[in-house]
Design a protein around this ligand. Sequence first.
Ligand code: ADP
Length: 557
Amino acid sequence: MRTFVYILLLVFVVPKVSAMGQYNVMVSHNYPPYHFYNSEGEMVGFNIDIINAINNIYDDRIKISVGNWEEIVQSLNSGEIQAVAGVHYPGTSDEKFFYTRSVISTSHCFFYNSDIHSKLSVEKIRTEQRPKIVIWENDVLEHYMLTLNPNTTFIFVNSYDELFKALKQPDVTCAIAQKIGGKYYIKQNGFDFVESLNEVFLERNMGFKVSSDFPELAEILNNGLEIIMANGSYQDIYDKWIKEYDEPPHNWRYYLKDILVWGCIISLVIGILLFFNRLLKKQIRQKTKHLQHQLEINNIIRQELEIAKVRAEVSDQMKSAFLANMSHEIRTPMNGILGFSELLKSAEYGSEEQEYYISLIQKSGSRMLSTINNIIDISKIESGAEKLILKEVDLTKMIDEIYEFFKVEANEKGIQLLMEKGECENPCVIKSDEYKLHSILTNLLKNAIKFTYNGSVTISYSISNSFAKFAIKDTGIGINKDKQDVIFNQFVRADISYSSEFEGSGLGLSISKEYVKMLGGIIWLESEPEKGSIFYIDIPCRQLDAKQEELEVKMQN
Ligand code: ADP
């Protein structure tokens, strides 16, 4: 874009003035960094480079000459020169002269001795009782200073050297000078103790003052400036001579207060944020803990509900199983009792038949009694009403009785009922709940005979390692592996297909298991279908003395 503008300017602007003659432009001899003699005695500076750049475009139409202000004024009035460079616009119109577009803007600022004043500000100068200011002689800013602070006193100087050296006096507040010129001088002379304030005043434009008789020269200068600004040469010249003096001072002390204030504000904000962060973290921790606790409670409730649900389902299944079993187990003997008693009413049966019917009625009655007993036992266990009643039990006596009781039934079925007594002292006595132990052994023996077609049923017992050990072995139908655990559950029968063949409520084993548990023992089985089963029971022998035993019996009652 810049290149495009540059080409346009060269094409349309330069030809308009190319036919004209040469011009003389004068500069003052000592105005660094704008125009001044360097150590080699050459005239150099910002304005010199600007004129040279314009000369490059307009084939060296401008000749530069040097003089002091008096010579410049004289030459201009005599027509010896046609223009002056580095002139500040007066602000009033002048028929005799043109002023070109601004070449650069200049301003003034305060300079102070940073070794004496740690930090100076316009505010301080304005409020100081009697500020002492170093200023160029005849400088218009003297009035400005008096408007700023009417008590200002001045030290007037005629050179930068005097100006900056005066700052070494301890009672001097500061100096006023042109910003770029002053800073240039400070750098060139190594006056490191001098600092400048950021605030600038008396901003003015500097350019060329051209005699009104030579409008074409004004045109060359104006157009030339436009072209060098477009093609980048102006920027290069600015960067070379002015840039570093036009930037705000990098004095960290100047910003110290601001740094401190902002540092405090930022620290305070960070502090507040950290405080709230901590507070929030604490609240989040508490909330998380609360939620975790709530979650744990919910989990427990969920688990309990799950258990309750399973229980309800099991209970429902049990209810169905109970109804199915009970209706069969009560109806069958009941029908037997009613049917055979009806037959007994009739006179057409002889005494032998009548006796047979009576025995069937008795059998049905005892089957019903057994079912009712089972229901009572299981409901007592379920409700927790079943208690232990411990007393001395003579095992030999108990097993003998059971053996005698079932011997008839086994013989009737053509099964051999055997009894084996293992290691046991005489009398073979343990402390246990006689009713429950009797009930367990009866249930197991009854099952063994019930589920055996031929062969034998053996009941064996012994005492070893403080345990009374029982085993009821049969050569019956056996139990499938997958049913061996579940048969201990209420109302469960290994095979429903034989329900009509083998009477039973499915409660015997579950009652036995609960009783064994109450006695502190264990029950398990080994079984093989078609070969038979062995049910094992281990019951701990309790070592109670007479008093303890009495007490326990009392408590349990
Ligand atoms: P039931 O009144 O049906 O005998 P139990 O709880 O005493 O109820 O027994 C549950 C089931 O276990 C029986 O129905 C039977 O299938 C099986 N069972 C128990 N004892 C034996 C055994 N000695 N031989 C084969 N199966 C048996």
